[in-house]
Design a protein around this ligand. Sequence first.
Ligand SMILES: [Zn+2]
Length: 50
Amino acid sequence: MGDHVHIRLKDGMEVSAAGELVETYHCPCGSTWTKIYPVEGREPYTVQGP
Ligand SMILES: [Zn+2]
């Protein structure tokens, strides 16, 4: 797929072994993302999947 605008559909959330809240998303094109909410005052960040 080319330069379409991704749609982030939420797959769910879980808590990692480190105690971080982790949300997973996917687009119908197959792209995936993981959004991580670190513990203790750090900004959430998003990691794009392969
Ligand atoms: Zn997409």
